[in-house]
Design a protein around this ligand. Structure first.
Ligand code: SF4
Ligand code: SF4
Length: 321
């Protein structure tokens, strides 16, 4: 795989600083039952990195002391971590809103029986990738048969009450472009998804988040192989909008890797660009307990234009219309 960080041409992303911490995003491990083309984690069935119980204890201690309101669980497939359900239960006991970045197909994997029911019972928000409402496009990006399995999973979540008006069980979908282009406007695309998934398959969901592809890991490497890397970087840079800087997710979120090391966001984690604090090159979550992060400079590079290009892109979708 081509490393893309050395290829970034140093357009010089503007300096930004942290605001109040709201969300702890935790990567529970890189193992996944899928190997999607656009995966920015390079996750797959053969990855062995997994967060230990000891580090999960650090996560819970941090949440408790820092008063974090949201716990955002990612991977790989976060549910493949054997401590996943215990972490969710304990975080919910602390009154934290938990988000599961779920690939949907995991619900049908052996050993994951009862997962959908567990998520519903714990009132976990599910955020799931579905890069298109057309079978061919999804299967091309995420693997053969993924579309059909994803729809079965969505139907199951709906049957458990997800996306049913008034009951607060949130089910949100994520769209990312197939190629080296920016995502289309979020609102009309959400309306299209709702119409097609509703009419053809009887599926409902709350919101569609449109995310830009980051020029890193598997997607970045594919761009290099196709000779499109510089062109895509130029598109991101050209489309930068200063007003998006206030809403980039790294201002209110920290990302923790499977070993407990801390980054300003998940993308920086994948590029091994750690959060810098008090001159330290690397910070562990356990070192952050009781530390104030507001005002701390954020580590930025040119991939950050992926968050500020066009309508903007964050873990909660577009930043504006
Ligand atoms: S499901 Fe998600 S984590 Fe797994 S390979 Fe696909 S994009 Fe990566
Ligand atoms: S890539 Fe990460 S550090 Fe850069 S702007 Fe986006 S969220 Fe912030």
């Amino acid at each position: 795989m081509h490393a893309t960080l050395p290829l970034m041409r140093h357009f010089g992303f503007p300096a930004i600083r942290r605001a109040r911490l709201e969300t702890l995003q935790v990567n529970l491990g890189y193992k996944c039952n899928q190997s999607c083309v656009h995966c920015h984690v390079n996750a797959g069935p053969n990855r062995t990195e997994m967060m230990s119980r000891e580090t999960i204890t650090d996560v819970l201690a941090f949440i408790d002391v820092a008063g974090v309101k949201k716990l955002d669980l990612t991977g790989g497939a976060p549910e493949l971590n054997v401590h996943f359900r215990e972490l969710v239960l304990r975080a919910r006991e602390l009154g934290v809103h938990v988000i599961d970045r779920c690939n949907l197909t995991i619900l049908e994997e052996p050993g994951q029986e009862g997962l959908a029911e567990f998520l519903a019972a714990q009132r976990v928000e599910v955020i799931a990738s579905l890069p298109c409402y057309l079978e061919d496009n999804v299967d091309r990006q995420r693997g053969k048969g993924v579309f059909a399995k994803s729809l079965r999973a969505l139907a199951r979540l709906n049957a458990l009450g997800y996306a049913r008006e008034g009951n607060g069980l949130e089910l949100n979908l994520v769209y990312n472009p197939q190629g080296a282009s920016l995502p289309p406007a979020q609102e009309p695309l959400e309306a299209d998804y709702k119409r097609v998934l509703g009419e053809r398959f009887g599926i409902t969901f709350n919101h569609l988040f449109t995310l830009a592809n980051m020029p890193i890991q598997r997607f970045g490497s594919t761009l290099v192989s196709k000779g499109q890397f510089n062109e895509y970087m130029a598109l991101l840079h050209r489309s930068h909008r200063n007003e998006n800087l206030a809403g980039v997710m790294c201002r209110s979120l920290i990302s923790v890797d499977w070993q407990g090391d801390v980054y300003d966001c998940d993308f920086n984690q994948m590029l091994d660009l750690p959060l810098k604090l008090d001159g330290r090159e690397r910070v562990h979550l356990s070192d952050l307990i009781g530390q104030e992060l507001a005002g701390n400079p954020i580590t930025v590079r040119d991939h950050c234009y992926g968050c500020t290009a066009g309508q903007g892109s964050s873990c909660g979708g577009a930043l504006h219309d």
